[in-house]
Design a protein around this ligand. Structure first.
Ligand SMILES: Nc1ncnc2c1ncn2[C@@H]1O[C@H](COP(=O)(O)OP(=O)(O)OP(=O)(O)O)[C@@H](O)[C@H]1O
Length: 251
């Protein structure tokens, strides 16, 4: 079975150990929550999985292939997508163009060949626009496809980032605090989108401080504290764990 596996990963920044022998497995069709106090290492783990950092020790494998030292673009091509805590959009471009950026990972690595075969490129572009348009409809941005991305509301920008990540046709998607700044209604909408991703067979890693939301929609949850895994299990097991309550959830 395809799985994205983190095994005994340590990440140090100078003298600071941000992650200490962390293991975690993302499986297709499963939503995996990653929670923990500020500074516990959640974003660092996400950066390691997506290729922004290299582990100091340990490895990251997809279907057994060691990706630990491969670049962001390589992992994107293998189907690992992410969103950011602060949406990273090209503000002066349209919503549709931003979403289409995700689809470009499907262009062959032979850029010169692509550049020379204009007919094929146009066909591809039409196909990307169609796919991006469908995804924008799917996340609720059908009304805004031709709007400039920087004119969107905060929540709309978050949903656009998700559509862009999905345009890559990923196997795994990692969401860094996607509910940050969303209203209760928007968070419900986000939850439905995540469930659709799961039903479509994607593996989802959800980094999030809204723990009610995490416990409601995740299949499994891993809790970090000071760079170490202190508890992993079902939402119920994690919610009731005395150590998780002590360091993070509160009484
Ligand atoms: N590039 C970096 N250089 C130095 N230290 C870093 C770097 N990135 C993260 N850290 C440190 O690693 C630790 C873990 O940070 P990280 O951002 O992963 O935590 P987090 O759990 O995502 O926090 P939050 O919930 O606030 O987003 C922190 O002490 C942080 O200061």
């Amino acid at each position: 079975m395809t799985a994205l596996q983190v095994t005994d990963v340590t990440k140090s920044f100078g003298g600071l150990t941000a992650l200490d022998q962390v293991s975690l497995e993302l499986r297709p069709g499963e939503v995996h929550g990653l929670i923990g106090p500020n500074g516990s290492g959640k974003t660092t783990l996400l950066n390691l999985l997506s290729g922004y950092y290299e582990p100091t020790k340990g490895d990251i494998r997809l279907d057994g292939e060691d990706l630990s030292r491969t670049r962001v673009q390589h992992r994107a091509r293998l189907g690992i997508a992410r969103t950011f805590q602060k949406p990273r959009l090209l503000g002066t471009m349209t919503v549709l163009d931003n979403a289409m950026l995700g689809a470009w990972r499907d262009v062959g690595s032979n850029f010169l060949g692509t550049a020379l075969s204009l007919g094929r490129t146009r066909r591809e572009e039409r196909e990307f626009a169609r796919r991006a348009g469908e995804l924008l409809m799917g996340v609720g941005l059908g009304h805004a496809v031709h709007r400039r991305a920087d004119l969107l509301e905060h929540a709309e920008q978050r949903f656009l980032e998700i559509a862009r990540a999905l345009a890559m046709r990923p196997k795994f998607i990692m969401l860094d605090e996607p509910a940050g700044g969303l209203t209760a209604l928007e968070t419900e909408h986000l939850g439905r989108i995540i469930q659709v991703m799961r039903d479509a067979g994607l593996g989802v890693l959800l980094v999030e401080h809204h723990t009610d939301f995490v416990f409601r929609i995740c299949d499994r949850v891993t809790t970090l504290d000071l760079g170490k895994v202190i508890k992993r299990g079902t939402p119920d097991e994690v919610r009731k764990d005395p150590e998780v309550i002590r360091v993070y959830l509160g009484a």
